[in-house]
Each structure stands twice: as C-alpha cells, then as structure tokens.
Write a protein that binds this ligand. Structure first.
Ligand SMILES: Nc1ncnc2c1ncn2[C@@H]1O[C@H](COP(=O)(O)OP(=O)(O)O)[C@@H](O)[C@H]1O
Ligand SMILES: C[C@@](O)(CCOP(=O)(O)O)CC(=O)O
Ligand SMILES: [Mg+2]
Length: 386
C-alpha cells in the first residue's frame, strides 16, 4: 500500500516577517511541488525499519523501529490531535538525527529530518514505513520548501493512518475535505515549528489550501486576484536559514519595540491595501496599468521596510538595482537574507525587455524563472506499488 501527497511552494506578495508579529500578509501558491510517497513495506521487505529517502539529495536515513520506540515511546504513539513537540522529546529526536551523521555541508537538513520524525511517530505510531521525498522547490530559498515538505508528508501520513476520510479506490489526485484540510494544516504547522522556530503559519496554510490568501494571526481569507499577476522569480542562490532570520527580526523588535511596531503596522497597511487592490475589478487596459503601478509601489515600500527589519542582502540589492535599470520593481520573498526575489512583470511589458532583464540577472550568477501562481494546494493519490 502506497500513498503519495504533493504540496506546493509559495510566494509572499507582502508581509513576510511582519506576519510573525501579527501583521497581515498576502501569499499565493506556486506550481512547484514537494511530493512525499509513503509505503508500508510488504511482508517480504525488511519490516522493522523506518526509511526516509531524500531523492533529489541522494540521501537515505533509516532507523529501526525499536530504536525509535526506545527514544520516543514515552512521548508519542499515534496522537490523534495536532500537538507541539515537547522540548524533552525534541532532544530525543535530535539524538535520533545525530545517529545518521548528516554531512556538515547538509546540516540544514537536520531540522527537516527532525520534523519528519515528529510527524511520522505522532501521526502513524511506530510502524515500519518507506518514505520517499522529491521536490521541485529549491531548499532554503524563500519559496516555502519547509512548509511544502511538512504539508506533503503530513497529508500522506494522515491518509495512510486512516484519520481522514478518503476514497482509497480512486486513482488520481484528490483533495481533502474542508475540515480535514484544517487537520492537515495544523499537523504541518507543528512540523514547521520544528524547522522555523516561530512560524506564522502562512506558508503551511497556503501550501495546504493553495490559491491566494490573506493571512493574519493564524486566520486565512481566500482571495482571488482580478488582475493577471506575472512575477519573475530570481533565485540569488545565496543560502540562508529562515529560523535564524526570524529570530534576528524578533531580537531587533526587542531592542527597538516602538520603531519596529511602527514598521510592522506599516507592513500591515501595505498588505491590506495590496489585497484590496488586486481584488478590485479591472475595467480596461489603462486601469490595469494604473493598478500595476500601485502594486509596484506597494512592493517597493514593503521592500524598504524589510530592509528596516535587517533581512535584505547584497545579492537581493543587486537584483533590485538590475531590475530597476529596466524600470521594474522587485522585493524579496520569504525570509530574505539571500534566497528569492520577485520582480513584477507588467502585462504590457515586451518579451524583449523580459529576456534582457533575465539575461542580465543570469549574468550575475542568479537563476530566473516564471512560475504559475495561485494554483492548487495539497493533493493525495493512492496507488499499489507492491
Ligand atoms: N525536500 C526536503 N527534504 C528534507 N528537508 C526539507 C525539504 N524541504 C525543506 N526541508 C527542510 O526545510 C529547510 C529549509 O526551510 P527554510 O529555511 O524555512 O527555507 P524555505 O522554506 O524558504 O525553503 C531545509 O534546510 C530542510 O531542513
Ligand atoms: C519570514 C516568514 O514570514 C516566511 C518565511 O518563508 P520561507 O521559509 O523563507 O519560505 C516566516 C513565517 O511567516 O513563518
Ligand atoms: Mg520555510
């Protein structure tokens, strides 16, 4: 018996970091997916192992069920409601991860492997499984790979555990029912906590529900843009870690509470204005151009405030300067400190200019792509591969 689940990454149009401090943010899913395949081994397989394969990274981790039980048995065993990993349990999980001797260059994966162990043992209990992860998302680049990992994994584990009501006979991608999406989102959030420290929940929410969302203090509103939004995504390929960046902003907020509150409030206003702007009707081409100019201005203002929070980076500034040469506006997306940058491509912009800006960004060593935004959220599919 095998179940597959896939979950998309995301872009944040406005409000990253400030959303962790209670401001509104606007995000959309991108059509790049992480897929988790979870298989219960057949009786002929080695049947007392938990195997996690990270296919794109050519890494495989495994633990015997008895080792996992010994470390986590007192804390977990098929918990039915989404629960935070207690600090003592996280210590035991860290020791299980240490058993695997992850190479130093890939040590960032340790938090993802820890999230896996918490979600697996809590949702499924201690049964042998073979889990394979593949991803189209660059890891640690601001496109929400951590959330897509937690959502796809939780979706597959929940489907296999029988805690959700799904048609196991159906062949093809299916979506969860509304109340089950909520359960999935809550479990994924518990995984994100292990990876991010203090996540707002926006990434797992947009990865679960898909589409475009306005998000504030844990609540989402699904929104629909009435203007076609085209964003160039530039990956600076400068590695960074969301947990450290989020912690850095919180420390700055402790040092300068009044100033940072004003920054977060300004971001809140930008996100609210952006959400109204993109949803309001577009009557004609002139109206669309005016709205795109306003959107560009809001993105520019948001980027300035992200600089105030201390999360920009020389590579991001290079993307901003390069795109500005072509009169295009950009802002970082996700946690910043490197990672990905969004550049608004107005609908009437000529293909020639797009090609030129992409060529110049690539000549700086960056990677550029245009992803579809606002598509589907998490989906599952059953298949018998045994
Ligand atoms: N496919 C994956 N396999 C294993 N771990 C993953 C995967 N995708 C994400 N992760 C975990 O999430 C971390 C990256 O998350 P983060 O720093 O929040 O950046 P982002 O979410 O923007 O990609 C990785 O270092 C790893 O621990
Ligand atoms: C910075 C933040 O707003 C988004 C982080 O996104 P990412 O992990 O960099 O893709 C953090 C959060 O909302 O949890
Ligand atoms: Mg993340």
């Amino acid at each position: 018996m095998e179940v597959k689940a896939r979950a998309p990454g995301k872009i944040i149009l406005a409000g990253e970091h400030a959303v962790v401090h209670g401001s509104t943010a606007v995000a959309a899913s991108v059509d790049l997916y992480t897929t988790a395949s979870v298989r219960l081994p057949s009786s002929s397989d080695k049947d007392d192992l938990v195997i996690l394969q990270l296919k794109d990274l050519a890494l495989e981790f495994s633990w015997s069920i008895s080792r996992i039980k010994e470390a986590l048995g007192v804390f977990v065993g098929a918990i039915s409601t989404p629960t935070s990993c207690p600090a003592e349990c996280l210590k035991s999980i860290v020791s299980l991860v240490e058993d695997q001797n992850i190479p130093e260059a890939k040590i960032g994966l340790a938090s993802g492997v820890s999230a896996f162990l918490w979600l697996y043992s809590s949702i499924l209990g201690f049964v042998p499984v073979d889990v394979v992860i593949t991803s189209e998302l660059p890891l640690g680049s601001g496109l929400g790979s951590s959330a897509a990992f937690c959502v796809s994994l939780s979706a597959a584990l929940l489907a296999l555990s029988g805690s959700v009501n799904v048609d196991r006979e159906y062949r093809g991608w299916m979506v969860y029912k509304e109340d089950e999406l909520d359960l999935l989102n809550k479990w994924a959030f518990e995984g994100e906590k292990i990876i991010h420290g203090k996540p707002s929940g926006i990434d797992n929410t947009v990865s679960t529900y898909g589409s475009m969302i306005k998000f504030k203090s844990g609540s989402l509103t699904l929104i629909k843009s009435s203007m076609p939004l085209k964003m160039l995504i530039t990956n600076t390929k400068v590695g960074r870690n969301t947990k450290a960046l989020v912690a850095g902003v919180s420390e700055r907020a402790i040092r300068h509470p009044d100033a940072m509150n004003s920054v977060f409030n300004a971001v809140n206003s930008i996100s609210n204005e952006l959400s109204i702007l993109i949803q309001s009707p577009v009557d004609d081409e002139v109206c669309l151009t005016e709205k795109e100019e306003k959107l560009a201005e809001l993105m520019e203002m948001n980027q300035g405030l992200l600089q105030c929070m201390g999360v920009s980076h020389a590579s991001i500034e290079t993307v901003l300067r390069t795109s500005l040469k072509y009169k295009l506006v950009s802002k970082l997306t996700g946690a910043g400190g490197g990672g990905c940058v969004l550049t608004l491509l107005p609908n009437l912009l000529s293909g020639k200019v797009v090609d030129e800006v992409i060529a110049e960004l690539q000549s700086c060593g960056f990677e550029c792509f245009i992803a579809g935004i606002g598509g589907k959220g998490a989906e599952i599919s059953f298949g018998d591969l045994s």
